[in-house]
Ligand binder design. Structure first.
Ligand code: EPU
Length: 292
């Protein structure tokens, strides 16, 4: 068993992860920690590295499905105020990795900084959004990002400048363990007009996606030039269910967990959808959701 002596205040054993994810499903993390300072975080990451304990970072859990058997190793969550700050410096929005993306978006809009407003309503943290290059309406967070400060798996703090950062559709090369802070360079605009634009994006999202249900974000990435939701809908799979997991009636790229749902139900539904879309249309749907 790994030794976390000296970290007793922040490390817990067998922490149920369901309550930390939007799906509210899945088993426990072997070890779970919510450090309070950057020093505590880097020291803990170094200890995990020395002890050979696999380590993962959990944001808001809005793009993750935890398996029923749980997760071996350490899961770290950046919930403390030290990891959630947001500030504006000229045309830059500097946001800590644990800050909510929604707060980063509204802060930028209220300060008259344009660029991130299309992302309104995307759940999760700034770090999670950057890791998966979250986006909507053809825009994504990566296109505005100039710099990221990260913690590596060996506990080192590094700064990655724009020349090092690569973003693609729902992907980035930011695979360091922790995204501590990001700097987005935005464009000046009228705050009232910006707020109106943001509201329109919010209304569109609310009307087309199952917000407020027990589910994560989109299950699958869009295949090139197509919408995974439309493909699954056209295949007649809306409402299909396995156990407590169902394809959303509102948007077919969302899987909703109903009472008594298990992670296994969601995984089996994912396989059923992939199988049907492959057999009928020859399309391989790639998961956007991360399975832990
Ligand atoms: N559509 C259907 N049936 C459905 C769902 C969609 O016919 O069940 C049709 C819509 O009517 C529309 C087209 O498919 O004509 C595209 O739908 P939508 O505008 O909802 O966009 P999407 O391609 O399904 C993408 C992102 C969403 C993002 C929206 C809005 C992916 C996988 N999905 O969805 O992002 O919010 O655009 O910009 O890239 C996410 O990544 O988790 C996510 C929710």
């Amino acid at each position: 068993m790994a030794s976390f002596s000296g970290f007793e205040k922040i490390v817990r054993r067998s922490e149920p992860l369901a309550m930390h994810t939007w799906f509210q499903l899945g088993g426990p993390a072997e070890y779970f920690a919510e450090p309070e300072t950057v020093e505590e975080l880097t020291a803990l990451v170094r200890r995990c590295h020395e002890e050979g304990v696999p380590t993962r970072l959990l944001g808001q859990g809005s793009n993750i499905l935890v398996r029923d058997e749980g997760v071996p190793g350490m899961v770290i969550r950046l919930s403390a105020p030290a990891f959630c700050g947001i500030r504006v410096e000229g045309r830059s929005l500097v946001a800590a990795g644990g800050a909510l993306l929604g707060r980063a978006v509204t802060t930028a809009v209220h300060r008259g900084l344009a660029g991130l407003e299309t992302l309104i309503g995307i759940p999760g943290t700034v770090g999670g959004a950057l890791h998966g290059n979250a986006g909507a309406h053809g825009e994504s967070i990566g296109q505005w990002t100039l710099q990221a400060t990260v913690v590596t798996t060996s506990g080192e703090i590094c700064r990655r400048g724009s020349e090092e950062l690569l973003f693609g559709y729902r992907q980035s090369n930011l695979d360091d363990l922790v995204i501590l802070e990001t700097r987005c360079e935005l464009q000046e605009d009228d705050p009232r007009e910006l707020a109106q634009r943001m509201q329109k994006y919010w209304i569109v999202r609310k009307a087309s996606q199952p917000l407020g249900h027990q589910c994560a974000g989109c299950a699958f990435k869009n295949p090139r030039g197509m919408s995974a939701g439309e493909i699954i809908d056209d295949a007649g799979l809306k409402g299909t269910r396995i156990g407590g997991a169902a394809v959303s009636d509102r948007h077919a790229n969302f899987i909703v967990a109903e009472p008594e749902c298990s992670s296994q139900d969601v995984l089996r539904l994912i396989e059923l959808i992939r199988g049907q879309i492959h057999d009928r249309m020859g399309i391989e749907l790639e998961l956007e959701l991360e399975i832990w």
